[in-house]
Ligand binder design. Structure first.
Ligand SMILES: C[S@@+](CC[C@H](N)C(=O)[O-])C[C@H]1O[C@@H](n2cnc3c(N)ncnc32)[C@H](O)[C@@H]1O
Length: 322
């Protein structure tokens, strides 16, 4: 896929680069026009700060700066592109030349995808210091802009974005439905919004229901433990259980511990997801009909329930043209 650039798409965003060489992306007239208010500050890495700190999402700041590149796509492992297609329904054709917002960009794995797909602006916001990892990962992209901002208090002018998506984020806020409704005003008339949240019900039946309850019970303790301890645990335990997963019978021992083990990914994914699952403060789960209704209540049309992987509810809808 062609490497995108802001040139030719109406906005000509300067390079979002590192210390010493940056020209802040939002200092251009065009880019500033996206904003309804100026940032509190601008960091040397080009990140605009609209909040003072990461509040309840600080564990994600720790996580994404510690594991900044683990889930970035590689040619051999394009997992983020696969998830973008499955959980947003957006395609290179629907994104090319569009102004796109990612709400909760983490270290930038999906921004990387839409930047490669040729978005005219790939604007990522996140509440936590994960934005610093995203700025480093995407420092060479002319069409990427990054801000540390809260979904519940976005700094943009209403109707700014042709497409908004948020994958794996809204269920980690204190109010998943409220977070969705907070995003909708920023979709332009005729534009689209897609979200993907944890499913309340897995299709794999009783065993997965038991597993979800196990996870919930363990999380009620682990989310309160000091984050440095959880980071140590996440780096220490999963590699052991990944090895044990090859041993018949003993492999089930992992279900007695707060670990997430993936045998089909590198061990670093198990380390990262153990921290992601057991250290994060908020986690909620939602039914398909419930999420569909949020879209209807927001006045969206052409609402699609997307055929994403088991465990996710992924829905996309369109704002009626003005
Ligand atoms: C599980 S991570 C997912 C990140 C990214 N979408 C991905 O899948 O790699 C959830 C992200 O949501 C962010 N987040 C949580 N609440 C937020 C809020 N109110 N505003 C913006 N970002 C938020 C967290 O900081 C975290 O980086």
């Amino acid at each position: 896929m062609a490497h995108p650039s802001g040139a030719g798409h109406g906005l000509n965003l300067p390079r979002n680069s590192r210390v010493g060489t940056i020209e802040p992306v939002l200092s251009t007239d065009d880019a500033t026009s996206l904003l309804a208010r100026p940032p509190l500050s601008t960091s040397e890495n080009g990140v605009y700060r609209f909040v003072d700190d990461g509040a309840y999402a600080n564990s994600f700041g720790l996580q994404w700066n510690e594991f900044a590149t683990v889930q970035l796509d590689t040619p051999a492992h394009p997992d983020s592109e696969r998830r973008m297609l499955a959980e947003s329904g957006f395609t290179p054709e629907s994104i090319a030349g569009r102004k796109v917002l990612e709400a909760g960009c983490g270290m930038g794995r999906f921004l990387d995808v839409i930047s490669r797909w040729g978005a005219s602006v790939a604007y990522g916001i996140d509440l936590s210091s994960a934005v610093d990892a995203a700025a480093t990962n995407l420092a060479d992209r002319d069409n990427v802009a990054i801000g540390q901002a809260d979904i519940f208090d976005l700094p943009f002018a209403e109707g700014t974005f042709d497409a908004i998506y948020s994958l794996g984020v809204l269920h980690h806020t204190p109010d998943c439905e409220g977070a969705f409704h907070a995003l909708v005003p920023f979709v332009a008339p005729g534009g689209e919004i897609a979200i993907s949240v944890y499913a309340a019900v897995n299709q794999t039946g009783a065993l997965s229901a038991i597993n979800l309850n196990r996870r919930k019970a363990m999380r009620s303790v682990t989310k309160r433990l000091p984050k440095p301890f959880m980071l140590w645990w996440s780096k220490t335990a999963p590699p052991f259980f990944v090895k044990l997963a090859k041993v018949p019978v003993l492999k089930y021992l992992r279900f007695a511990f707060p670990v997430m083990i993936y045998t089909e990914h590198p061990a670093s994914w198990s380390v990262l997801d153990t921290f992601d699952t057991f250290a994060t403060h908020y986690e909620s789960r939602h039914r398909e009909k419930e999420v569909f209704d949020w879209f209807r209540q927001a006045g969206l049309v052409n609402i699609d329930l997307l055929p994403s992987e088991d465990g996710w509810v992924s829905v996309r809808g369109r704002k009626p043209a003005a």
